[in-house]
Design a binder for this molecule. Structure first.
Ligand SMILES: NC(=O)c1ccc[n+]([C@@H]2O[C@H](COP(=O)([O-])OP(=O)(O)OC[C@H]3O[C@@H](n4cnc5c(N)ncnc54)[C@H](OP(=O)(O)O)[C@@H]3O)[C@@H](O)[C@H]2O)c1
Length: 336
């Protein structure tokens, strides 16, 4: 390919031009591509974090490949309309991940829990294998806060602990040989109060506007806005050197149940209350025992926020108030 220089350019520059074109001419399209459009693979792209991460990456001019189980779902259609290349696949289907990983520089790995089995780890391994073979150089894995303290949780059993698979997957990511890797460990998503998970964790909130739990009044729940998780993942993909080999505990805020109820009341205008009950009373009130066990673990371990440690990253650490204001319409719609 010829790249003409303007007439009147001195001879020595013409020689320099010859060498530049000869040396980089063959990889010129790749250079331009790298400068303008890096590509990332987002797994679980239709999930809470995946959906937001895709949008944040698009704002940062990334090309996005999305791995989805159904290309016909509403969310997949939305992603397609945004310009995302949507690949039908499954964590169980290595070849489908291989196809989605072609031409990709970074990958967001987010496998969902598989209770009582190590399938979650196998899913992460499949993503690692496909991405390593495709030459992906950066991996960002979404684990969970408290993984490090899993053995302190009452009744801990490595065969059934939801944190055990994540701990193993973290190791797999760190030792896979990616040029850059980062682990983000988010705590309780703020979304948990107002969606599908709320029906399990706080079954009385939507209709009765009451948060019932075995949390003590003084016990804090560490909270994170899923948009903050997405921003950290995007930052780790965009600036992999700065984030390389970091394990980031994402718990920007921690609030008691009465504080959460007060913030819902003030921001949404629906009077919410907190009921901090004993295990037996909460069970009789209709709460799910496994979730009550989680609150009991919080009472024991007293998890705190990690706000101070997160300041170094210079990413806005949205509060629950910020989250409620930004999502006011959808939260009001949740309450009906
Ligand atoms: N919620 C919390 O408070 C919290 C806190 C810390 C960590 N986490 C971790 O966050 C993860 C969940 O992330 P999220 O909330 O963003 O997701 P999510 O909203 O729970 O959605 C799950 C996603 O995974 C996809 N998926 C499920 N099985 C799959 C499979 N076999 N192959 C490919 N994709 C599959 C789903 O696709 P479909 O659309 O096809 O169903 C969907 O995109 C879990 O690992 C959880 O442990 C959650």
């Amino acid at each position: 390919m010829n790249y003409p220089l303007p007439t009147g350019v001195p001879g020595y520059l013409r020689v320099a031009k010859f060498w530049i074109v000869r040396d980089i001419g063959s990889c010129w399209p790749q250079l331009i591509n790298n400068m303008t459009s890096k590509t990332v693979l987002v797994t679980a792209a239709t999930g809470t974090v995946g959906k937001l991460l895709v949008r944040v990456l698009l704002e940062e001019q990334w090309n996005v490949h999305a791995l989805v189980r159904s290309q016909d779902s509403e969310v997949s259609q939305e992603l397609h309309a945004l310009g995302v290349k949507v690949f039908k696949g499954d964590f169980n289907d290595l070849n489908s991940i291989r196809t989605a990983a072609q031409g990709v520089e970074g990958v967001f790995v987010n496998a969902v829990p598989t209770m009582g089995s190590t399938m979650e780890v196998t899913h992460v391994e499949n993503v690692i294998t496909a991405c390593k073979d495709a030459g992906v150089n950066t991996a960002v894995y979404m684990s969970a806060y408290m993984v490090e303290r899993r053995k302190e949780i009452p009744g801990y059993d490595p065969k059934t602990s939801v944190f055990e698979n994540k701990a193993t997957a973290e190791e797999r990511i760190a030792n896979a040989g990616f040029k850059y890797w980062t682990v983000v460990r988010p705590c309780t998503f703020m979304d948990n109060f107002f969606g599908r998970i709320s029906a399990i964790q706080f079954p009385h909130l939507q209709k009765e506007h009451v948060l019932v739990a075995t949390l003590k009044e003084s016990t804090k729940i560490p909270l994170v806005d899923s948009l903050v998780i997405a921003k950290f993942c995007q930052a780790a993909l965009s600036d992999p050197e700065q984030y390389n080999e970091k394990i980031i505990d994402l718990a920007p805020e921690a609030l008691t149940l009465p504080e959460i109820a007060e913030k819902v009341t003030r921001n949404i205008g629906i009077e919410a209350k907190a009921e901090c009950l004993s295990f037996e009373d909460a069970k009789n009130r209709g709460c799910f025992p496994p979730i009550l066990g989680l609150w009991e673990a919080f009472n024991l371990l007293q998890p705190s926020d990690t706000r101070d440690q997160l300041q170094e990253y210079q990413i806005k650490l949205n509060t629950f108030d910020d989250y409620l204001q930004r999502n006011k319409q959808s939260v009001m719609a949740y309450f009906g």
